[in-house]
Write a protein of this length. Structure first.
Ligand code: PLP
Length: 407
């Protein structure tokens, strides 16, 4: 297989880097992104060759991905995640709208979209000969890294803050990572990893501290375009933590435009955070280029409990140049919507996914989005990994009171 990667560059300064060697962050400490020879790609690859690909899930986009050799594409049976139309919006949200879809990322290996980014990072680690990976996580990243690293035969160490959901810690361990609980925040776990790099020789796959998780996450945008017949929705709502997904989608929309594979208006990108941790929202409201550290971050949506994002300026750029916005919703609204969507649509959203549905409702109220807009809401993980309301009703098998069933 041929690679179309031309080089890599600092997403802030444009500093150039060669392909084929290990990279972390740029000289000025900003994320490095992958650049492709799109002119050559457009001559040699067609949309229909992608449509006819028999590779699993996101690997069908391999010409637009950084892995050069087929044997390095580590796969756990990825799928194209479905777009599910919300059919009972008037019950859930109190109004009708024709074209509102959930892109359900819970169907991916390890039950979250982290499989995309970490599947790519592990595959590139394999290609570049890295033998030991390490990650700080307070949620789904650890298990996705563990699963793909185990599959690839690469060692994996995961550090979790002690408020990480128990299920995420345990699933990570059983999928082969050496897993450790740290009495500190995610940033402090990250520091332990950077400080240990030289002594242990592991490679850190922290968000945006290596170039390839963005490439994996951009496949959400590629998939969406193909599923919509090479069109895009008017608006995308995305639960934003480190921002890899929003940055990746925005990157690939431009790549698709340059390739001439899409010709539509680009979607408004709406970045959704929690009122308990909303650094991007604050920066967006203040018109700042970068976001400040968010003190005492707290929300049930652990995937978006990220007080400081290395790619803040890229998230803010995607939001601003798309004509979108950044907004925060409370945990109460999130839980209310999660229950409503479960009861009326039969979909068990994760809190992060429920938060974007709540944000959509708010945008309709304020008029920033119209009920005529086509909308895609990202459900980024399975709700099964999170606490659920307890069942309290009990039945005595020797004395069944049938009246309770008609209530
Ligand atoms: C990691 C995570 C997010 C945030 O993703 P980013 O692309 O890093 O902003 C959202 N939801 C869930 C469930 C996650 O695990």
């Amino acid at each position: 297989m041929r690679s179309y990667v031309s080089h890599l560059e600092c997403a802030y300064s444009g500093e150039r880097f060669d392909r084929g060697i290990v990279h972390t962050i740029s000289t000025i400490g900003k994320p490095i992104v992958v650049k492709y020879d799109l002119e050559r790609l457009s001559k040699e690859i067609t949309r229909s060759s992608i449509e006819n690909s028999r590779k699993p899930g996101f690997w069908r986009y391999s010409p637009l991905l950084p892995v050069t050799s087929e044997e390095n594409m580590v796969s756990l049976g990825e799928v194209i995640t479905p777009l599910i139309r919300l059919e009972n919006l008037s019950t859930i949200l109190g109004f009708e709208a024709e074209s509102v879809f959930i892109k359900d990322e819970s169907r991916l290996p390890t039950g979250s979209f982290k499989a995309r980014g970490l599947g790519m990072a592990v595959s590139m680690a394999k290609e570049l000969g890295i033998r030991h990976l390490s990650i700080p996580t307070n949620g789904n990243a650890g298990s996705a890294l563990a699963a793909y690293a185990s599959r690839a035969g690469i060692r994996c160490t995961v550090l979790c803050p002690d408020n990480t959901p128990e299920i995420n810690i345990r699933e990570t361990q059983i999928q082969g990572a050496s897993t450790h609980i740290v009495n500190g925040l995610i940033g402090e776990c990250g520091s332990i990893i950077s400080d240990g790099m030289e002594e242990i020789g592991w490679f850190a796959v922290s968000t945006l501290k290596e170039p390839y998780r963005i490439e994996g996450k951009k496949t959400m945008g590629l998939e969406l375009a193909e599923q919509m017949d090479w069109n895009l929705p008017d608006v995308i709502f995305y639960p934003t933590g480190g921002g890899t997904g929003i940055i990746g989608m925005w990157k690939c929309f431009h790549e698709l435009k340059e390739l001439g594979w899409i010709d539509c208006k680009l979607p408004k990108m709406i970045s959704v955070q929690s009122t308990g941790c909303a650094p991007i929202v604050k920066a967006w409201e203040e018109g700042s280029e970068f976001a400040e550290f968010w003190e005492n971050a707290e929300t049930i949506s652990s995937g978006i409990r990220v007080p400081s994002a290395l790619g803040d300026f890229l998230i803010l750029d995607a939001v601003r140049s798309s004509g979108g916005l950044a907004m925060a919703v409370s945990d109460e609204e999130t839980l209310e919507i999660q229950e409503q969507v479960g009861k009326t649509e039969g979909l068990l959203l994760c809190p992060e996914g429920a938060a974007v549905v709540a944000a959509y409702r708010e945008c309709i109220k304020t008029g920033s989005v119209s009920t005529n807009d086509s909308v895609v809401l990202f459900n980024t993980a399975t709700g099964l990994k999170y606490p659920m309301p307890e069942v309290v009703s009990t039945i005595d098998k020797n004395n069944v009171d049938y009246s309770i069933f008609s209530k």
